[in-house]
Write a protein that binds this ligand. Structure first.
Ligand code: CAP
Ligand code: MG
Length: 411
């Protein structure tokens, strides 16, 4: 009998992998010896370490991860579901994207996508509202048009009264949705509770005046996350925003578990530290999938054409991870944000379809005639597209859109 080489222990190219009983991870790998490195990665991310150990027991071997596919630099590793804890994204990450990303044996390793068995998916809460729930909450009279939102700008510095004024103007001009920026939480110049009360008053006033339902996403990221979210709920709010990467998945899951009746807006600030290198790290698609499991109702996915990095294929994959069938889990509403203005709308919708939230900060508050007219211009761009009319044509009798297109152009 030939002795099994240590480096082969976690490789079985003939393995019959049951997708109902394994989490399957697709990795891109670069190493001097891909076969050997793949084996090391599967071992380190399950039951192995750098040497044979005397504490190993026969019964533990069933928890071993298995490399069952190698094609050039692409490998697939199957992880038995018994390795994992129900409803724990941190634990999943410590396995499949833990030590292995930093091992000397691999020069690059990237977790591109994950397939999850329904039984495991069902242990997570997922979005409480999801895309359809958010559409319902903001008003089904809007049909299937994309929602239009803004980020109050400047990002930081306005006081609560000034913030509420900008929010009111944005709502009044036609925004469905207003949010805090990722780096505004509870600074002294804009205390959380005072801001929430004032912005929600703006939202209510604009709702009465326009007859349109609205939402506000206050940034609850930080040590008082649950307390602040409860405050939002108690004061008639309908949403909370969390910086999912900066706060961590444990925080997201705590917020979701609190079940406060708020839909959760996920900002992905800092994701690029993990996702940007195409050869290493974790893909944004995986981040999207995990955020959906953790209960995010709206998530930033990129724009393809705006100011942030991320090409068409990647952004479409991020969106599909939010929407694809996943046991009985609701779909998460994709948010496109970052450098957008009305001139981008036609192309953005051609690429991504109507099931998106279009957010513009600079692209609304930078309008030559201010926030109200800026919000009108963005809504007009969406209306034109929904009616199948070319934006430049539509702008001829929509002066707000006309001015926006003159300033920022079309794409
Ligand atoms: C957009 C934004 C968002 C980005 C983040 C900003 O403002 O508020 O944080 O969209 O990028 O601060 O840049 P502008 P992503 O509309 O003024 O650009 O959505 O890709 O995570
Ligand atoms: Mg921002």
């Amino acid at each position: 009998m030939t002795k099994i080489r240590y480096q082969d222990k976690f490789i079985d190219m003939n393995a019959n992998i049951d997708p109902d009983d394994n989490i399957i991870c697709n990795f891109y790998i670069e190493a001097d010896d891909v076969h050997k490195a793949a084996n090391v990665a599967a071992g380190e991310s399950s039951i192995g370490t750098w040497t044979e150990i005397h504490t190993m027991k026969k019964r533990i071997e069933r928890l071993a991860a298995k490399v069952f596919y190698i094609d050039g630099n692409n490998i697939k590793i199957a992880y038995p579901t018994d390795m994992f804890v129900d409803n724990s994204i941190p634990q999943l990450l410590s396995d499949v994207a833990g030590n292995i990303l930093g091992m000397k044996e691999v020069s690059n390793l990237r977790l591109n996508s994950i397939e999850l068995p329904d039984r495991y998916v069902d242990t997570f809460k997922g979005p409480a509202f999801g895309m359809e729930g958010v559409r319902k909450l903001i008003g089904t009279d809007k049909g299937r048009r994309p929602h239009v939102g803004t980020i109050v700008k400047p990002k930081i510095g306005l006081d609560p009264k000034e913030t509420a004024k900008v929010a009111y103007e944005a709502y009044y001009g036609g925004c469905d949705f207003v949010k805090d920026d990722e780096n505004l939480t509870d600074q002294r110049f804009c205390p959380f509770e005072e801001r929430i009360i004032k912005v929600l008053d703006s939202m209510d006033l604009a709702r009465e005046e326009t007859g349109e339902r609205k939402a506000y996403a206050p940034n609850v990221t930080g040590p008082k996350m649950i307390e602040h979210s409860q405050f939002v709920k108690d004061h008639g709010g309908n949403c909370a925003m969390i910086d999912i990467i900066a706060a961590g998945y444990y925080a997201l899951q705590e917020l979701r578990d609190a079940d406060l009746g708020l839909f959760l807006h996920g900002h992905r600030a800092m994701h690029a530290a993990i996702t940007r290198n195409p050869l290493h790290g974790i893909s944004m698609g995986v981040i999207a999938l995990l955020s959906r499991l953790g209960g995010i109702d709206q998530l930033h996915i990129g724009t393809v054409i705006g100011k942030m990095e991320g090409g068409r294929e990647e952004v479409l994959f991020n969106k599909s991870e939010l929407e694809r069938p996943l046991s009985s889990m609701k779909a998460t509403f994709a948010v496109c944000s970052g450098g957008l203005h009305p001139g981008h709308v036609p192309k953005l919708l051609d690429i991504l379809g109507n099931d998106i939230v279009i957010q513009a900060g600079g692209g609304i508050h930078g309008h030559p005639d201010g926030t109200i007219e800026g919000a009108r211009a963005l809504r007009q761009a969406v209306d034109a597209k929904m009616k199948g009319i070319d934006a430049t044509e539509y702008a001829k009798d929509h002066p707000q859109l006309k001015k926006a297109l003159e300033l920022w152009g079309t794409t």
